[in-house]
Design a protein around this ligand. Sequence first.
Ligand code: ADP
Length: 212
Amino acid sequence: MIHMELNKRQTEILEIVKADGPITGEQIAERLNLARATIRPDLAILTMAGYLDARPRVGYFYSGKKPTQSVMDGMIGMKVGDFQSIPVVVNENVTVYDAICQMFLDDVGTLFVVDKNSFLTGVLSRKDLLRTSLGNSELDKIPVHVIMTRMPNITYCKKQDSLIQVAKKMIDQQIDSLPVIYAKEEGLEVVGRITKTNITRAFLSLAEEHEL
Ligand code: ADP
């Protein structure tokens, strides 16, 4: 994680405020034997970076927060590969009935559908299965490839993609999960699953890392 490099004077200011804040800019300058104007840019940097907070008529105090910049770096650095779950896949010829059982057995909300070579061909959501179940008594006769959302309309991602990118796709497409794929010449291999739960977990881990 990248932290902003503080210069010697900024570090001194930070120490003074940590020890004796709230303290005015005037008083800080006095302690350093410098003019108020000289330290103004340093105070501005420390405040902008989130190290210090300033209140009118009170002065500067140590925010106790880690700098905003490092939270942003952390967020940008979160990759699919670090948060993905194990994918649950079914063959495109299994029946809707079996897919429903699979969904319960593996306790997931989305199944990924693959062909005989294990390449991605479709996605089955809870509501895809519910919709088919309504007024349909032959669930053990319908293969899932008839009802699934199919390629090329599948939104997927790769291990190295950023979680922010994935979150945006989920919201834009109104979907709960994406298959994580590894692209081969012959097709897309399903190597993972990323869901809203993974995103929530990532969000929480970022908060915990920064002691929020
Ligand atoms: P639900 O349908 O249970 O609310 P979703 O919101 O995930 O769950 O799915 C909405 C629709 O989008 C479904 O028809 C599903 O097949 C489809 N879908 C789900 N995930 C994807 C995806 N990654 N790419 C394309 N379509 C998807």
